[in-house]
Write a protein that binds this ligand. Structure first.
Ligand SMILES: [Zn+2]
Length: 407
């Protein structure tokens, strides 16, 4: 076998192409492989997809980065042909079986790059491959968008929406998740009604329908509620347990913050009131034990919180409703302004809070997905745009089947 034949076989460009020269440039650490179309070979029209077209002429010389040859960059150099297509009735650029249209990379290189991007930060991928990340992101966008376009959401029934901070500071992305398939369906910038509007648009495109959505789990933010009512009028809303408890916790914390101005003993007791008792340090526990039965508003608020957390132990929606009514009476008569306020918020959202006893959905899955999202953020380090970040989130948590070639 000649050198050219060896490369021909190894590259596996398919019939119609052959290697006719290999040049090694030691200074640039680059292997340049010259390829050309086989004489008389037939090619597929890149416009209409008709196979078996005869070559009309050849375009300008182009280069495609291929997978490395040992530690050296390998580049394919060739002139893509135009074919005589009788379906298109004029010369058209041929489809290449080993590279996507307009890509400067071979399919193998792209598949390899996508594989790396799943496992390490983009700046690492960029360094390892010796390509600027701005040339690599479009590859990821392509495969992720292609896989997402092929997704069908016709069996999506129970969803959750939640936010995650996009970076340090107060930028957010909102995620819509499929609670049954445990994957991210939709990533949106910010946190507003539009998130659900955009999701509805995509749902319709992907063979789903707003009426198919039975359950929606979320926090009590007015923008999500408004979006849900407007775009998913038939959905049952469950307010996520964690976010419900947060309202009570904030009331306890506010009460303590105000009371400690006059009760010095409360200083430094913040977490003693907020954490679950089993997670307290011995010092916090000691403090809590000493203070919780004192005649303090904070202590009273704390007992209201403990009582409220027993809501989730109720057996059915009716018992839960009766329990909540009792608690509401107690809280609103507690003469603790922050607790009264919290109780009224709970009352206002009662339907969605009690819905949990039927739907049993929570955003707990978000915890798991959030871990993936945090790692997506690390992998998208220097991600430059929300588009890059969302592509990385879909890549890692979107449950996609990417159509890359097998390496
Ligand atoms: Zn054609």
């Amino acid at each position: 076998m000649t050198e050219n034949e060896i490369f021909n076989r190894a590259l596996n460009l398919g019939i119609g192409w052959e290697v006719y020269g290999v040049a090694f440039n030691a200074d640039q650490k680059e292997l340049r492989i010259s390829i050309r179309t086989v004489k008389g070979s037939l090619h597929t029209c890149g416009t209409c997809g008709k196979p078996g077209c005869r070559i009309y002429d050849h375009g300008k010389e182009r280069e495609w980065r291929h997978m490395n040859f040992f530690q050296y960059r390998a580049v394919l150099v060739g002139r893509p042909p135009r074919v005589e297509c009788d379906q298109c009735n004029k010369p058209k650029t041929a489809r290449l079986s080993w590279a996507r249209e307009r890509s400067g990379f071979s399919l193998y290189f792209e598949a390899f790059m996508v594989m790396l991007a799943k496992a390490m930060p983009m700046n690492e991928v960029s360094r390892l491959l010796g390509e600027h990340d701005t040339t690599l992101w479009p590859i990821l966008h392509h495969y992720v968008e292609e896989a997402r376009a092929e997704q069908s959401w016709d069996n999506v029934k129970r969803i959750a929406i939640d936010e995650t901070s996009r970076a340090k500071g107060h930028e957010y992305v909102s995620l819509v998740m499929d609670l049954d398939a445990r994957k991210v369906l939709h990533v949106a910038e910010g946190k507003d009604q539009r998130t659900l509007f955009d999701f509805k648009g995509q749902l319709l495109q992907k063979c789903g329908h707003p009426d198919n959505i039975e359950e929606l789990c979320m926090d009590m933010s007015p923008s999500f509620i408004a979006g849900a009512k407007q775009y998913f009028p038939n959905v049952e809303i469950t307010y996520d347990k964690f976010h419900v408890m947060k309202i009570i916790n904030i009331a306890v914390d506010e009460t303590r913050r105000k009371e400690q101005r006059t009760v010095a003993d409360l200083k430094g007791s913040r977490y003693a009131w907020l954490k679950n008792e089993e997670n307290l340090t011995s010092k916090q526990k000691e403090k809590l034990m000493r203070l919780k039965d004192e005649d303090l508003k904070t202590a009273k608020a704390y007992h209201l919180k403990l009582a409220f957390s027993r809501l989730w132990d109720q057996e059915d929606p009716e018992k839960a409703k009766a329990f909540l009514d009792d608690w509401y009476y107690w809280a609103t008569h507690s003469q603790i302004p922050d607790m009264v306020k919290a109780a009224k918020t709970i009352r206002q959202h009662e339907k969605g809070i009690l819905r949990w006893f039927t739907s049993r959905v929570t955003n707990g899955i978000m915890e798991a997905i959030n871990g993936l999202v945090q790692s997506a953020k690390r992998r998208a380090r220097g991600y430059r745009s929300v588009k890059n970040l969302s592509t990385m989130i879909y890549l890692i948590a979107g449950g996609l089947k990417l159509n890359t070639v097998e390496i």
